[in-house]
Each structure stands twice: as structure tokens, then as C-alpha cells.
Design a protein around this ligand. Structure first.
Ligand SMILES: [Mg+2]
Length: 108
């Protein structure tokens, strides 16, 4: 869960991107594409952690995978704050509540 201070940081990052790059449809697309890029880096780190490629061997650690997962979370939060603006936090909270309720219903 992203706490209010972290959301404030996310919104500052969005403001910075808005100042530097504007908020054109192309820029919004780039922020969504960044999430895909970071997701690929998770896969790359995990493959490297397992040593699945015999030519490369083990190239990453679990900490590397965790770091890339954090990049995914941050990229998603920036994209969410770009799309949902000030409703980003409420949107995430509502989704988490819905998913938790669904999981709890299945567990019973
Ligand atoms: Mg990354």
C-alpha cells in the first residue's frame, strides 16, 4: 500500500514529468509504456536470478528482482496518478478493498 507521504512523492514526480515533457497523449502513452519496460526488467532479473540461460549463468539476485518490482510499482503509480490525477489514491484503495473482499470470500 502506498501511504500519503509516498503519494505526495508520486504526485511530485508526475508534476516534474508534466513540466519537462508536457501531458500530450504521446507522453501519457510513454508513461504507460514505461510500466511495460519495467515489467520486462523484472522478467530479465528473475531469469538472471535463476541462471536459466547457460551462456550467462546467474547474473541477478533476489534483491535485484525486488528492486525491479519496486520500479514496476512506482511506474504504475506514476501512470495511475497521470490517468486518475487526484483520485489515484482513492482508486487504488477501492481496488485493493475489492480484491481483498473477493479473496476473503473465496477463502471462506
Ligand atoms: Mg528497472
Amino acid at each position: 500500500m502506498i501511504n500519503p507521504a509516498q503519494w505526495a512523492t508520486i504526485h511530485r514526480l508526475v508534476d516534474w514529468l508534466d513540466r519537462e515533457n508536457g501531458r500530450s497523449p504521446h507522453e501519457v502513452s510513454m508513461r504507460l509504456l514505461k510500466l511495460v519496460e519495467e515489467s520486462g526488467e523484472v522478467a530479465q532479473a528473475y531469469i538472471g536470478m535463476t541462471g536459466q540461460n547457460p551462456r550467462k549463468g546467474v547474473t541477478h539476485t533476489a534483491a535485484d528482482v525486488a528492486d525491479e518490482l519496486c520500479d514496476v510499482i512506482l511506474s504504475a503509480a506514476v501512470a495511475l496518478a497521470t490517468i486518475a490525477d487526484t483520485n489515484a489514491e482513492a482508486t487504488l484503495n477501492a481496488k485493493l478493498t475489492k480484491v481483498a473482499a473477493r479473496a476473503e470470500a473465496v477463502a471462506q
